[in-house]
Write a protein that binds this ligand. Structure first.
Ligand SMILES: NC(=O)c1ccc[n+]([C@@H]2O[C@H](COP(=O)([O-])OP(=O)(O)OC[C@H]3O[C@@H](n4cnc5c(N)ncnc54)[C@H](O)[C@@H]3O)[C@@H](O)[C@H]2O)c1
Length: 385
């Protein structure tokens, strides 16, 4: 039997839109779900933005203040897609109000913030899903299975990269992302958080790390009007960039594997160059987000000069079958969010966690805090969960 689940979205920038579209599409791809999301309310504090979203996507109610959603009895689940500094306050309030939450990474500014949201979710007995969407790529699911099967031997070393140019333009506006109080650690929360999640998903817990960070564009112009995403600003009053453009980090995993994680938001010539290389004692597996459906695999018994072949993921890998009937039909970023919505709704349906949870967010945030501490102290640090 199908029943309706009232959902709301807080923050209608890029992620708010993607979550909304995922709620609309999820029953098309996963008809086995017995919960059908109903778009009840949207909140955004920029005047007119929530109303526009309601007009376009069909939310019944548009509000400026997210607190109205916390007390709305029609709302059972909330997407939290507001800037990082609001994650804790909104996440805790929604959980305490008995709402299930689908919250964007990195879940706050610090590990304390992530812990607070995680604790509130546990205490309230609601479900919490976190936006570590790269896990949802069927090729990443296949890589995890391959590694766990022992096919590439024991994991020896890993390279994880998240290089992007979204902040490379010197006229990129000084939005919340560049302020420590509202954006946290800059590229650490923006990109390295995804890298830590991928590292843990594929290889296991990080035992210690040593990081170096840098700011390459130290000043930007303040925006002269409301922003969403990565807008440009000229003529605004210049202000300092308070958080990191770049992080480079050595990793030691609990398994004994070693790794390197590099993330940058100002890499000219790099557009979403996200991916990993996992090297085992007998083989290796390579993934690049820009060729999301391909996994390059080296396996066998020759060790040296061992060839690499390409696997095009298909219906047997991850949730691919919900999208296409045969291998090598390209999926896109938004599809990863549809899978995330599926995990969220399925978790609500049967009370079991599917996909990344707030516990994963706490682990990721602990690693990010350790990176900041390590860069400051110039030494090895163990993440404290
Ligand atoms: N999973 C991913 O791949 C991914 C990608 C991008 C962003 N994110 C995360 O999603 C979150 C939002 O990022 P974005 O790129 O959509 O940002 P954005 O700037 O495009 O959108 C944020 C929205 O929140 C609104 N907002 C600000 N204060 C608010 C308040 N008090 N109440 C209600 N709305 C408020 C803004 O007006 C804006 O519309 C961030 O935490 C970010 O880390 C995740």
């Amino acid at each position: 039997m199908v029943s309706r689940l009232g959902v709301a979205v807080v923050g209608f920038g890029w992620m708010g839109r993607v979550h909304t579209q995922a709620y609309v599409r999820v029953p098309h791809h996963f008809p086995q779900l017995s919960l059908r999301p109903e778009l009840v309310a949207v909140a955004d504090d920029v005047p007119g933005r929530a109303e526009e979203a309601a007009g376009r996507y069909g939310f019944a109610t548009a509000v400026r203040d997210w607190r109205e959603i916390a007390v709305d009895p029609r709302v059972h689940a909330v997407s939290i897609a507001a800037p990082n500094f609001l994650h804790r306050e909104i996440g805790v309030a929604m959980a305490e109000a008995g709402k299930h939450i689908w919250i964007e990474k990195p879940v706050g500014l610090t590990v304390e913030d992530a812990r607070a949201v995680s604790g509130a979710v546990t205490k309230a007995g609601v479900r919490g899903t976190v936006g570590f969407n790269y896990r949802n790529a069927p090729a990443v699911a296949a890589a995890r299975e391959l590694i766990a099967s022992g096919d590439i031997g024991t994991v020896a070393h890993v390279r994880i990269r998240l290089l992007s140019d979204y902040a490379a333009h010197p006229e990129g506006a000084l939005t919340w992302r560049y302020e420590r109080e509202r954006g946290g650690g800059g590229v650490l929360g923006d990109l390295a958080s995804h890298g830590v999640d991928l590292a843990r998903f594929l290889v296991g817990e990080i035992e210690s790390l040593a990081a170096d960070t840098a700011v390459f564009i130290p000043e930007r112009a303040r925006p002269t009007s409301a922003t969403a995403g990565h807008t440009r600003a000229t003529g605004g009053v210049p202000g300092p960039v308070e958080n990191e453009d770049y992080v480079n980090c050595l990793l030691r995993f609990a398994s004994g594997a070693r790794g390197v994680l590099e993330a940058c938001r100002v890499s000219v010539g790099e557009q979403n160059n996200y991916g990993f290389e996992v090297h085992g004692t007998r083989g290796a597996v390579f993934w690049d987000f820009r060729r999301m459906g391909e996994l390059r695999i080296s396996r066998g018994t020759t060790y040296q000069d061992q060839p690499v072949s390409t696997l095009h993921v298909g219906p047997g890998h991850g949730e691919y079958a919900a999208f296409q009937p045969g291998a090598a039909n390209a999926m896109g970023y938004d599809d990863l969010k549809v899978i995330e919505a599926y995990h969220f709704l399925r978790s609500i349906e049967d009370g079991t966690a599917y996909g990344p949870t707030l516990d994963d967010a706490v682990h990721s945030a602990a690693a990010l805090d350790a990176m900041s501490g390590s860069a400051e102290r110039r030494g090895w640090v163990s993440p404290v969960v």
